[in-house]
Design a protein around this ligand. Structure first.
Ligand code: ADP
Length: 402
């Protein structure tokens, strides 16, 4: 069956069409700058093959309906279409950021599910409405096929109460469900499962720390195949140091900046989400630029790298304590998959805890999973590429039941 995966943002829509018989990507693309003067559609045909082709369309794209219609026309029929017509697409999977406490797994979308996703809007005011726009338009354009919602938070719903509750008045939880949710769940679940297979364990017997380091960064401890803790919280701001997000800090900072700098709550929120993290510390948020600056002797870039990797190590150590026995630590996403220096620094000094990196293996580059620990290392360390779209496509198929 051909399965379309859609990740709808406020002004963009990413998509991939899979042939689920062999899980190959037939085409993928992104519509950007929806509603702006000039929108862009970048469409790739057979992107993973030697004869990949790219089509770029630049024109005014009024809304999500216009954006989705544009790429569906390219997919179906026409000279370069990978489908004869729309009827070849058997299911549509949608990434949804926040499923709150209501959604623990992927679910077939109906009107009640839509209402449930709407209910979570206060928890993800930017993301859930944009995800809903994508779902609404796709349900109109593909009225006769099943649509499935796959939630970023769902994997973390197995986290126990003592790990998800904040030490706040209980009424805040009762009234507003203030608690840790965690994000990147589809990635953590996918990578933990792949890693279990790579180390020869059943998923339900594997204890794994998944380290997702991209623009957003998060870490999850998985015990016997279930998430038991994760670094992101009520929002994706908590935890690790990210490209532009601070991660953990003293919660009294808002009050301090309010009193002493006259900053408002929204202002501090923007500061912490958009102007902090690596960018805040050294002016750069792409790890490749930071390494280049470090090479040139930039002390602030060096500091930013040290602060990020130290935080990673602190979390890895705490999740080792949470899990007791750790079978594997696995790095994934843009930085995790490509950056040997970040991996090495994040694990530096953990030898007494049974973590021993093989420097040569760590320096290798591969688009396939690779083991980077020595054979003597008690805890295996792996690099496993994440593939959230494929995970969503698999989930969609599992829900649809084919
Ligand atoms: P997103 O969270 O947006 O999905 P990605 O997982 O694609 O992000 O990660 C993007 C980040 O990965 C970039 O900002 C960059 O810092 C980092 N990155 C990508 N390629 C490399 C590389 N070769 N070396 C180091 N860092 C890289």
């Amino acid at each position: 069956m051909k399965t379309l995966v859609i990740n709808s943002g406020s002004s963009s829509i990413k998509y991939q069409l899979f042939n689920m018989e062999d899980e190959s990507v037939l085409c993928s693309g992104v519509v950007e700058r929806i509603g702006e003067e000039e929108g862009v559609l970048t469409h790739k045909i057979n992107p993973d093959s030697d004869n990949a082709e790219k089509v770029v369309v630049k024109e005014y794209i009024a809304d999500h309906t216009a954006g989705m219609s544009l790429f569906i026309d390219l997919i179906c029929g026409g000279e370069k279409g990978v489908c004869k017509d729309k009827s070849e697409i058997g299911a549509v999977g949608h990434r949804v950021v926040h499923g709150g406490e209501e959604f623990h797994q992927p679910i077939l979308i109906n009107d009640a599910v839509i209402k449930g996703i709407e209910k979570m809007v206060p928890l993800a005011p930017l993301h859930n409405p944009a995800n809903l726009d994508g779902i609404t338009v796709a349900r109109e354009l593909f009225a006769d096929v099943p649509h499935v919602a796959v939630f970023d938070t769902a994997y973390h719903q197995s986290i126990p109460e003592h790990a998800y509750m904040y030490a706040l008045p209980y009424s805040l939880y009762e009234e507003m469900r203030v608690r840790r949710y965690g994000f990147h769940g589809t990635s953590h679940r996918f990578v933990a499962k792949e890693t279990a297979a790579l180390i020869g364990k059943k998923p339900e017997e594997a204890n794994i720390i998944t380290v997702h380091l991209g623009n957003g960064c998060s870490m999850t401890a998985t015990k016997n195949g279930k998430a038991v803790d994760t670094s992101m919280g009520l929002t994706p701001l908590e935890g690790l140091v990210m490209g532009t997000r601070s991660g953990d800090l003293d919660p009294a900072l808002h009050a301090f900046l309010g009193r002493n700098k006259g900053m408002g709550l929204e202002e501090v929120d923007t500061l912490l989400n958009k102007e902090s993290g690596l960018k805040g510390m050294c002016g750069m948020n792409d790890m490749r630029d930071i390494h280049a600056a470090v090479e040139k002797g930039d002390k602030r870039a060096e500091m930013a790298l040290a602060v990020q990797t130290y935080r990673n190590k602190k979390y890895i150590g705490s999740y080792m304590a949470v899990l007791g026995r750790v079978d594997a630590i696995v790095f994934t996403a843009g930085i995790g998959e490509n950056d040997a220096i970040v991996r090495q620094k994040s694990l530096e000094g953990l030898e007494p805890l049974g973590v021993e990196i093989d420097e040569k293996a760590n320096d290798a580059r591969a688009s396939e999973p690779m083991k980077i620990s020595t054979d003597a290392s008690r805890v295996q360390v792996w690099v496993v590429p994440t593939n959230e779209e494929l995970a969503i496509a698999r989930d969609t198929l599992a829900v649809v039941g084919e």
